[in-house]
Design a binder for this molecule. Structure first.
Ligand code: BES
Ligand code: ZN
Ligand code: ZN
Length: 490
């Protein structure tokens, strides 16, 4: 899809379809103010069809002659008072679906019309761009016969004064969407393809994009002392790969780590078939990290970023770790493994310990860690645990701008005893069955020393069971845009 800003108006453009954004209840007035004569027929027909201007409502009207515009499309943005980037992204994503059936391949979006002209240009255009690119994502590689018709040209019509800012915003929106869609692909690919070795090879490709890439194999991981991580891979034939990515810039340094269980069977604490169905998603954290690094050289944030991915399968092979086994993590703490399905925290224990040795300003981890987090916050919201309130506030602000939902959760000291073991320092499942997402976070905190850290449990929003306007079914690429926003703020 070609997307460009053009310093012209809807009267002068010769696209197949021109889109006007209008608000609920005020839409007639808004169109009247644009051009009463031109829109009088459109308004009559739209009204007769029950068009309201409500969020995500569309009305299409063919203009047969007297104009080069073949179709006018009204796009409802809801009540104008609280119009924001989140709703713009959603309307743009719905627009993609709307025009798919119309046979339109060339669209012009009038951004000089109310109510969108009220928004800041950068915000508006980033939202539009992301909505268009994220909304047109499809994973159809394995469906030869299903080729959805694609938009080929979209022009954003802006005033000359807004052109420069709009062009930059398009570039950012494109980069953020590309990174997100790449993460989606990694999650959606079948799990026997996306092995730890596959992820390592994807990481190696980033070397061409200005990223330093280091891959540690099993021997090197052993030598470092990451026995907790390795205990997860013991039941698998696939070799574990520890992936380290570095983007160098600025004096400050942060670590972004992603859980990378390329398939989670549960190990000997085997999942039932229903719960195992979607477990290719268990590397969504790592997919987000790879997505982020795929655009860092182009985005050029002013901060050094280290990406860490401890990739492995979790399988119930004959060498698999058994409930009751005790393993020692890189930071010296011992862990009694009582449930081999609580494997994410075992890999992250070593990843976080390793991150601490790099002495970064902050550590962020993204992990599809617990079903309990989905019980607590549902499928759309990630839980966020942090030992630093400023980091929490920062991340939440950047998530909001990205259209991603995170909510702060407590590191409750009273619960810490629940992850203490009788025979080792820690146990990998809590002593009781409540607050499982909180006790998982408390377990992770044992490995971050005193460094500012935020843990994002993305078990819910990582994978969409049903299509939403912006997110397709399957991998979402959650966390990519919020963290790119955050890195950009350094
Ligand atoms: N990968 C799962 C968590 C998960 C579940 C992510 C559903 C996405 C959707 C994780 O490894 C796991 O199995 N967690 C257990 C922990 C329990 C054994 C303490 C869980 O949540 O049931
Ligand atoms: Zn598991
Ligand atoms: Zn898992």
């Amino acid at each position: 899809m070609l997307l460009k800003a053009k310093p012209t108006t809807w009267q002068k453009v010769d696209s197949d379809t021109v889109v006007f954004f209008v608000s609920e209840t005020a839409w007639k007035k808004e169109l009247g103010e644009l051009d009463r004569a031109f829109f009088s027929q459109v308004i009559l027909h739209a009204e007769a069809q029950g068009f309201t201007g409500g969020l995500g409502k569309f009305f299409s009207y063919p203009m047969v002659d007297k104009t080069r515009v073949r179709r006018v499309l009204l796009a409802g943005t809801g009540k104008s008072a609280d119009l924001n980037i989140y709703r713009i992204r959603k309307v743009a994503a719905l627009l993609v679906k709307q025009v798919r059936g119309l046979g339109s391949v060339n669209l012009a979006l009038s951004l000089t019309s109310e109510p969108v002209s009220m928004l800041k240009t950068a915000e508006l255009v980033v939202g539009m761009t992301e909505g268009l690119f994220l909304g047109s994502y499809r994973f159809q590689k394995y469906q030869a016969h299903r080729k959805d018709e694609k938009l080929v040209e979209v022009w954003l019509l802006v005033s000359a004064a807004r052109l420069e800012v709009a062009a930059q915003a398009i570039e950012q929106g494109k980069l953020f969407s590309q990174a997100t869609n790449y993460a989606r692909d990694l999650i959606n690919e079948p799990p026997s393809l996306t092995t730890p070795t596959y992820l390592a090879n994807e990481a190696k490709k980033l070397a061409k994009k200005g990223i330093e890439v280091e891959i540690l194999d099993k021997k090197q991981i052993e030598k470092l002392g990451m026995h907790s991580y390795l205990s997860v891979s013991r039941g698998s034939e696939e070799a574990p790969k520890f992936i380290k990515l570095i983007y160098k810039a600025g004096r400050q340094r942060v670590v972004i780590a992603g859980k990378a269980i390329t398939f989670d069977t549960g190990g000997l604490s085997l999942k039932d078939s229903k719960n195992m169905e979607t477990m290719k998603l268990d590397m969504a954290g790592a997919a987000a990290v790879l997505g982020i690094f795929s655009v860092l050289a182009a985005l050029k944030p002013n901060v050094t970023v280290v990406g860490l991915i401890a990739a492995t399968e979790n399988m119930p092979g004959s060498k698999a770790t058994k409930p009751g086994d005790i393993v020692k993590a890189l930071n010296g703490k011992t862990i009694e493994v009582l449930n081999t399905d609580a494997e994410g925290r075992l890999t992250l224990a070593d990843v976080l310990s390793y991150a601490v040795t790099l002495k970064p300003e902050a550590i962020i981890d993204l992990a599809t860690l617990t079903g309990a987090c989905m019980v607590a916050l549902g499928e759309e919201i990630a839980g966020m645990w942090s030992n630093n309130s400023q980091l929490t506030a920062n991340l939440q602000k950047n998530a909001e701008a990205a259209g991603e939902k995170v909510w702060p959760m407590p590191l409750e000291e009273e619960y810490r005893d629940l992850v203490k073991s009788d025979v080792a320092d820690l146990r990998n499942i809590a002593k009781n069955r409540y607050g499982g997402a909180v006790t998982a976070a408390l377990f992770l905190e044992e490995f971050v020393a005193k460094i500012a850290w935020a843990h994002l449990d993305i078990a819910g929003p990582a994978f969409e069971e049903k299509e939403t306007p912006v997110n397709p079914k399957g991998g979402v690429g959650f966390g990519v845009r919020m963290l790119l926003n955050w890195l950009k703020s350094f």
